[in-house]
Design a binder for this molecule. Structure first.
Ligand code: UTP
Length: 288
């Protein structure tokens, strides 16, 4: 089977849950310790074998483009003060992959954002990393999904079990087990009312899709929240061509929510070589 080399990262959402900061800074550029969330996503894609990445942006999101570019002012300053190694590290961020950008002119939903990637993707399967879901794992999550894709040849949704309180805000999947942690998906619903819940398995931030998804997205009407929902298109894909779900290993942070970003910073701040020890002492003193 042909290797999957392309990924799309939708990051054009308005981020209303992250107001007021999202008014001035794209939520995807908020830091977990010292790296913006988007850096983690690109790293995960690259570590999974992805070489070409399209980031879907919108108005006010220019900081994402600047971050994945060379910054000659920093470069000159660092080199002049003998910090060539740091200058090289900063330039390497721009060289992690072939990264291109496309504007979604209106935030009409995740499904519409993915549809914007049609000509970039062409006739190939591709990965989608939702721009506000950072997942820290031993094996990169996109790679975990790609292993399932290469085995079954069908689109793959990255899933995890969530609580009944969470499932009504996410999507719910109807599944039959295929093997440990892998399922066949027969139906799914976005933001289900409590009587419409299939299971507590929900898609969290990562999918691998065949190019057929674009024909479906083209005629997918607005759904929950009056947005064009990727879930609605994937439902049709699951019913017609078939889809699988992979229960991935990894810690997922919803950095599009205030609590999610705080949790990510506390947990990763404790693990970071520069901050870990001092931060642990600080937290101990704070909670004792
Ligand atoms: P979310 O629904 O979590 O993002 O979409 P949002 O719309 O920014 O969130 P709130 O509810 O207003 O706080 C998941 C991902 O899809 C992107 C978002 O940027 C996010 O990374 N997205 C969403 C788009 O690219 N375009 C859209 O029209 C909607």
């Amino acid at each position: 089977m042909k290797k999957v080399t392309k990924a799309v990262i939708p990051a054009a959402g308005l981020g209303t849950r992250m107001l007021p900061v999202a008014k001035g800074v794209p939520k995807e550029m908020l830091p977990i310790v010292d790296k913006p969330c988007m850096h983690y996503l690109v790293e995960e894609a690259v570590a999974s074998g992805i070489t070409d990445i399209l980031i879907i942006t919108g108005r006010g999101k220019d900081a994402i483009e600047d971050y994945f570019d060379y910054n000659l002012e920093y470069n000159n300053k660092l080199c002049a003060s003998g910090k060539e190694e740091l200058a090289r590290e900063m330039n390497a961020i721009a060289d992690m992959a072939n990264i291109t950008f496309l504007r979604q002119k209106e935030a009409k939903g995740l499904g519409h954002a993915v549809y914007c990637a049609k000509s970039f993707v062409g006739d190939e399967p591709f990965a989608v990393l939702y721009g506000d879901d950072v997942i820290v794992s031993e094996v990169p999550v996109v790679k975990q999904l790609l292993d399932v894709y290469y085995k079954y040849g069908l689109g793959v949704a990255g899933v995890k079990g969530v609580t009944p309180e969470q499932i009504v805000k996410y999507c719910s999947l109807k599944v039959d087990p295929l093997e440990q942690g892998v399922y066949k998906v027969s139906d799914m619903i976005e933001k289900p009312s409590p009587d419409k819940i299939f299971s507590l398995l929900s898609i969290l931030g990562r999918v691998v899709l065949p190019p057929e998804i674009f024909d479906i997205l083209e005629r997918t009407p607005r759904g929950a929240g009056n947005e064009i929902q990727l879930t609605d298109a994937m439902r049709e894909l699951a019913v017609t061509k078939g889809m699988t779900a992979c229960e991935f290993e990894g810690k997922r942070y919803d950095i599009g929510s205030k609590l999610g970003l705080l949790m990510a910073n506390v947990e990763q701040g404790l693990k970071h070589p520069e901050t870990g020890e001092a931060f642990r002492d600080f937290l101990k003193r704070l909670v004792l």
